[in-house]
Design a protein. Structure first.
Length: 274
């Protein structure tokens, strides 16, 4: 498959709409009286982490001409800086949930809240990335390109796959690509097509979320208003085929239909222990 796709775009986009009634009610219950509220994004990060743990073939990186199987799951999530202090530096930043398998949803909510607050001040929660970004910002364009090219060569060398994983333990990304439509009358988010750049580092999947919107759907043959969450999965066809992608969606949906069984009644169960 690596040879077959060659240098062509290997990414495929698929979209489903998930009934979010059960997880919405569950979130309302477990968040009652809690300082760090579990958001939809945090719940989905935990659910996606669990899915990738169960389907390790989807939790891989392509490094040069080889496939690297990471020992854990890391989720990168973009953070919008528009309207915050960090906008003076850039419009969007990135936070990373490392070792999702060793976290609970409570941990994810706490870490996400803290890291987002830091990112929006214009700082970066990852010290290595912060230092590198500052060097690049202060360097001439020709120097910047050399830095990126050398980093890309290092990151795509199979000999350094373990070292690159230690520096950036990320295997997937989660973006709320359609959240700006949430609650806007007359707009229903349906999907997205994304071609992931992998010049610096490869990830096998990207998940995109919209806001939860009430829609009329058929339930037992009758039109019913239900809260619907559209979910986009962008996957590297060199790692996954359509059948396996559908299994990821199916397992994700089953987790959301019974979140207590995976995350615990109080959302404090370690995801890798479930």
């Amino acid at each position: 498959m690596l040879w077959w796709f060659g240098k062509t775009n290997p990414y495929v986009s698929a979209t489903v709409a998930i009934d979010f009634g059960i997880p919405r009610d569950w979130l309302a219950r477990v968040n009652e009286g809690q300082e760090h509220r579990i958001t939809v994004n945090a719940l989905m990060a935990g659910a996606i982490g669990k899915v990738l743990l169960e389907f390790p073939v989807a939790n891989r990186r392509i490094v040069g001409t080889q496939i690297f199987q990471p020992p854990g799951v890391g989720v990168a999530m973009p953070v919008s800086l528009i309207g915050h202090e960090g906008e003076k530096r850039m419009e969007v930043s990135m936070m990373a949930l490392r070792g999702v398998e060793s976290l609970s949803l409570r941990d994810i909510a706490r870490i996400s809240k803290k890291d987002i607050a830091v990112e929006r001040t214009g700082k970066m929660t990852d010290a290595w990335s912060d230092r590198l970004t500052r060097i690049i910002e202060a360097s001439p364009d020709v120097v910047t390109r050399r830095i990126w090219n050398r980093m890309a060569a290092f990151n795509h060398n199979p000999l350094f796959a373990d070292k690159v994983w230690e520096m950036a333990p990320i295997t997937t990304a989660l973006s709320n690509v359609g959240s700006t439509y949430d609650g806007t009358p007359g707009i229903w988010f349906r999907g997205a097509a994304v071609s992931l750049p992998d010049r610096l580092m490869h990830v096998g999947t990207l998940w995109g979320l919209s806001g939860v919107v009430d829609e009329v759907v058929a339930v037992d043959g009758e039109p019913t208003v239900r809260p619907i969450l559209p979910v986009v999965l962008v996957f590297d066809h060199r790692l996954l085929d359509g059948y396996l992608a559908s299994q990821l969606f199916r397992r994700l949906t089953l987790i959301l239909r019974d979140p207590s069984s995976v995350f615990g009644e109080d959302a404090s169960r370690i995801i890798g222990d479930a």
